[in-house]
Design a protein around this ligand. Structure first.
Ligand SMILES: Cc1cc2nc3c(=O)[nH]c(=O)nc-3n(C[C@H](O)[C@H](O)[C@H](O)COP(=O)(O)OP(=O)(O)OC[C@H]3O[C@@H](n4cnc5c(N)ncnc54)[C@H](O)[C@@H]3O)c2cc1C
Ligand code: FES
Length: 262
């Protein structure tokens, strides 16, 4: 893949995962690390960052429909073209033998290539997956059939524990030992996971989302207060320690650079 100019690639397949989430299989093979991302371009619409949900074979990107860009993406089908540039960012670093992954909603997507790699390396893996309701849980059958200790939570109690993935982590951590936690999902959820990991002194890596424009560390749009770390270049994966005392869990910035709520 070219580093800074988008390459137009064909959509090979679109899979409906949940009422709000679809996976786009692209006619593209890349070498990237779990947790890295690309800028996806729809001409005359916009260019937006998305992580990879599958890296082996044809590239896959799993998307939740939230606004104008994702709505237009959802209108595309097999044979349509999208622009892509990347891979960008640092990605997750695989560490530890007893690993716990905490994923909220579509936050499970960038963790899927990491899960594949952890399983290939025969490490012990617990996955806690939470969503608002049963229909929004992702890949339960796929994860359940692998060598994973899988725990689920839904806000409305329609599947698994009633409550959040963090509640499960709080209880589990009293019974099981982990030497690395990975998380991705809504920021308030990740903040709670980061706080638990700092309190329990378990290293934690999390994938942060900030508004991105260039995606390559030039424009300064995605910088975190007060460190100035660029999410697109120095992240998107940070350790809980790196984010202690920053804007993480408190506010973010919109496209104009103004502070806004998470
Ligand atoms: C590194 C990274 C990886 C991501 N991976 C995924 C993924 O795998 N799957 C997925 O569904 N979503 C992912 N996102 C979020 C995705 O970029 C936004 O959902 C998308 O940009 C929304 O655009 P929109 O026009 O549909 O919605 P809008 O209405 O424009 O925005 C909805 C929300 O999306 C976020 N957003 C909008 N534009 C940007 C932007 N340029 N950069 C960052 N965030 C933005 C903001 O929080 C905004 O409030 C990722 C974001 C980042 C930063
Ligand atoms: S998006 Fe431009 S510096 Fe990160």
């Amino acid at each position: 893949m070219k580093i800074n100019a988008p390459e137009m690639v064909k959509i090979l397949e679109v899979r409906v995962e949940t009422p709000t989430v679809r996976t786009f299989v692209l006619d593209k093979k890349i070498r990237a690390r779990p947790g890295q991302f690309a800028m996806l371009w729809i001409p005359d619409v916009d260019e937006k960052p998305f992580s990879f949900s599958k890296l082996n074979g044809d590239l896959e990107i799993t998307v939740r429909e939230v606004g104008p860009f994702t709505k237009r993406l959802f209108s595309l089908g097999r044979g349509d073209l999208v622009g892509i540039r990347g891979p960008y960012g640092n990605g997750y670093r695989i560490k530890g033998e007893k690993i716990c992954i905490v994923a909220g909603g579509v936050g499970l997507a960038p963790l899927m290539p990491l899960i594949d790699e952890i399983l290939r390396e025969d490490r012990e893996l617990t996955v806690i997956h939470g969503a608002v309701t049963e229909k929004e849980l992702l890949w339960i059958d796929k994860l359940g059939s692998k060598k994973i200790h899988l725990l689920t939570a839904t806000d409305d109690g329609t599947y698994g524990e009633k409550g959040s993935a963090c509640d499960i982590l709080e209880n589990l951590i009293r019974k099981r030992e982990f030497d690395q936690i990975y998380t991705c999902g809504p920021e308030p959820m990740m903040k709670r996971v980061a706080d638990i990991s700092l309190r329990e002194e378990i290293p934690c890596q999390l994938s942060l989302e900030r508004y991105m424009k260039c995606g390559v560390g030039i424009c300064g749009q995605c910088c975190i207060d007060p460190s100035g770390l660029r999410v697109c270049r120095d992240g998107p994966v940070f350790t809980a320690r790196e984010l202690r005392g920053t804007e993480f869990g408190r506010y973010k910035r919109d496209a104009s650079g103004s502070r806004c709520d998470l």
